[in-house]
Design a protein. Structure first.
Length: 128
């Protein structure tokens, strides 16, 4: 079972994503801020992080940058209601695996997770 850290300041989004993941047998650890996410990342390892872009305080881009310093092998999916070529470019520069446009159907979220985790697993097996 994978452990995924989900970060969003919208409690409804957190509850919906948690429900989607848990139906697939994935443990979802939900926090409402970038600062809380950093605390969790310093406490334990996650297979993947899903973060919102626009949050008060630490936004998804800065959280991802710091998160990848803490856990360089952790893939990150960032979601946003305001996707743009600039945001996609910044995300790629930081090392974010994928940017999703909100709202997204559960099927798209799960396919994106499988795609991102599959790439990580392929990379790990080709290195080892």
């Amino acid at each position: 079972m994978e452990d995924i850290l989900v970060v969003d300041d919208d409690r409804i989004i957190l509850e919906v994503v948690k429900l989607i993941l848990e139906r697939e047998g994935i443990a979802a650890f939900c926090v409402e801020s970038g600062e809380e996410a950093l605390e969790k990342l310093n406490e334990r390892t996650f297979s993947l992080m899903i973060t919102d872009l626009n949050m008060p305080g630490l936004d998804g881009l800065e959280l991802s940058r710091i998160g990848l310093e803490i856990a360089p092998q952790m893939p990150i999916i960032m979601d946003t209601g305001s996707i743009s070529p600039r945001i996609t470019h910044l995300a790629k520069e930081i090392g974010i695996s994928k940017v999703l446009s909100k709202p997204f159907p559960p099927k798209v979220l799960l396919e994106t997770i499988r795609d991102v985790m599959g790439k990580r697993m392929e990379w790990a097996s080709s290195v080892g």
